[in-house]
Design a protein around this ligand. Structure first.
Ligand SMILES: C[S@@+](CC[C@H](N)C(=O)[O-])C[C@H]1O[C@@H](n2cnc3c(N)ncnc32)[C@H](O)[C@@H]1O
Length: 282
């Protein structure tokens, strides 16, 4: 995370990585990122983390819930099945294309949800408006976490709940060349705003004045690159974009891919990473 001046006003301390600038990109890469988000959202470990968090939010039929940094609404069906037709779901996100897709998804699935433009650090709702508020894979990209959490706390009613799901994009992948694996993992360490935030969720929740803070870790793991669409979509298909963005040397990237594809063919492939979830009461 970029160091902030101790004299800076709160808004001057705000920062984000490329996920805060998606409106400036052409439609194709944003659409591609949306597909990766879709694949990620149904990876069993992410679903397990999200389900754990939803249980911690104590939401049920009729609840009103805010998803801050909702992306293209990939959590909608899981959430809709919990809050039901009497519940209400609101999502905010600064990326116009994602908000449009999320609204389309809500009307196709006939779920009572509305998505609108907004920033987690300045949520366009009044105090105590929701029963619960959460974010998933957002604190790693935009913050500081304190600004985001303080806003989620502000718009949640007293006695309501706040949750977060975050991950550490550090992959342990079978590789016969450790340097190329380090180069792959370095992409995310260098490109994310607050790379390590998932390990400090309890601290951030306590600092936001929340009570009864609970956290849990979830392991995403596979021994087959094609066991779920996420693995190939994230590890293989995004590499040209990382090379194009100057985050990975092309030769190193190609060697890395050739190595893991050969290990996959030999049934010697493995990949894993860790996800964290937190939930607490206001
Ligand atoms: C990795 S995506 C996660 C999206 C969604 N939560 C999901 O799990 O699929 C990160 C999201 O954060 C959004 N974002 C970036 N800066 C933000 C900010 N300041 N406030 C709220 N969302 C932000 C991006 O537009 C993007 O949709």
């Amino acid at each position: 995370m970029a160091a902030a001046s101790i004299h800076a006003s709160p808004a001057q301390q705000w920062g984000a990585d490329f996920f805060g600038t998606l409106n400036e990109l052409p439609p194709d890469p944003v659409e591609g990122i949306g597909h990766v988000l879709d694949a990620m959202s149904v990876l069993p470990a992410f679903r397990d983390a999200r389900s754990w968090m939803f249980r911690g939010l104590k939401i049920g039929p009729g609840s009103s819930v805010l998803e801050a940094g909702c992306g293209n609404g990939s959590a909608l069906s899981d959430l809709g099945s919990i809050v039901g037709s009497k519940g209400s779901i609101v999502g905010i996100d600064p990326t116009t294309a994602f908000v449009e897709l999320a609204n389309q998804r809500a009307s196709q699935q006939r779920i009572n949800a509305r998505y609108q433009l907004g920033d987690v650090r300045s949520i366009p709702f009044e105090d105590e408006y929701f029963d619960a508020a959460f974010c998933e894979k957002v604190l790693i990209h935009a913050g500081p976490a304190s600004a985001a959490l303080n806003e989620m706390v502000r718009v949640t009613r007293t006695g309501g709940y706040i949750g977060a799901v975050e991950w550490l994009p550090h992959f342990l992948i079978s590789s016969r060349n450790p340097d190329s694996l380090h180069a792959f993992n370095d992409i995310f360490r260098r490109a994310t705003y607050d790379y390590l935030v998932s390990g400090s969720l309890a601290h951030h929740f306590n600092m936001a004045g929340l009570k009864d803070v609970k956290t849990e870790a979830f392991l995403a793991s596979t021994d087959d690159l094609d066991s779920h669409p996420f693995w190939r979509a994230f590890i293989v298909n995004q590499l040209p974009m990382f090379v194009h963005a100057g985050l990975l040397d092309q030769t190193v990237g190609e060697a890395f891919l050739a190595d893991i594809q050969e290990l996959q063919a030999r049934k010697e492939f493995s990949a894993s990473f860790i996800i964290h979830a937190a939930a607490a009461q206001k």
